[in-house]
Design a protein around this ligand. Sequence first.
Ligand SMILES: CC(C)(COP(=O)(O)OP(=O)(O)OC[C@H]1O[C@@H](n2cnc3c(N)ncnc32)[C@H](O)[C@@H]1OP(=O)(O)O)[C@@H](O)C(=O)NCCC(=O)NCCS
Length: 161
Amino acid sequence: MSDIEPQAVEGLLDAAFGSDRFGRTAYRIRAGADAVPALSFALVEDGALVGTIQCWPVAHLAPDGTITPLVMVGPVAVRPDLQRGGHGRALMAHMLEAAESLADSALMMIGDPEYYGRFFGFDADATGAWDLPGPYEKRRLLARAVNGHALPTGTGMIGPR
Ligand SMILES: CC(C)(COP(=O)(O)OP(=O)(O)OC[C@H]1O[C@@H](n2cnc3c(N)ncnc32)[C@H](O)[C@@H]1OP(=O)(O)O)[C@@H](O)C(=O)NCCC(=O)NCCS
């Protein structure tokens, strides 16, 4: 994403999620973290930003102190006037291909299982005992093993590494 103005990404995220997005639980999980460059991409057409995907280093913290690193996927966002044109799928597929060889841990995200399960193999099977630092719907807390990294299944709080 090096040649994309950070402000352009922020503008796209405002358009896709609304400018009140910073109160979302996802933002609390990755508070203070920098995106993982190898797993964060921008989709540019004719010099204009069309979509973006960012991933973040987070972790599952068990009550006994065990820390399991995870990568949080998202936000995934496509410019509202260009949604439903396959761009979101392209961004996710590109990120997952990179994650297959580069991810340092399994993946988690907050999202619609109807979308991320159907196309990308995410589900809530491992996340039932997880907790987040803010409100969320259990069915939308999704995860996926990748690059040989398994998912923690026990009780734990998800937060910054
Ligand atoms: C969600 C988003 C990234 C998808 O990207 P997109 O380019 O619009 O979608 P695509 O064209 O790649 O995929 C479209 C397919 O996914 C389905 N789909 C899209 N969003 C969906 C959702 N939230 N739930 C279920 N299905 C969904 C569409 O029905 C379509 O299926 P079809 O091909 O059978 O018609 C995009 O719509 C967006 O930015 N939305 C606002 C921000 C957001 O909610 N991001 C996700 C949370 S991190």
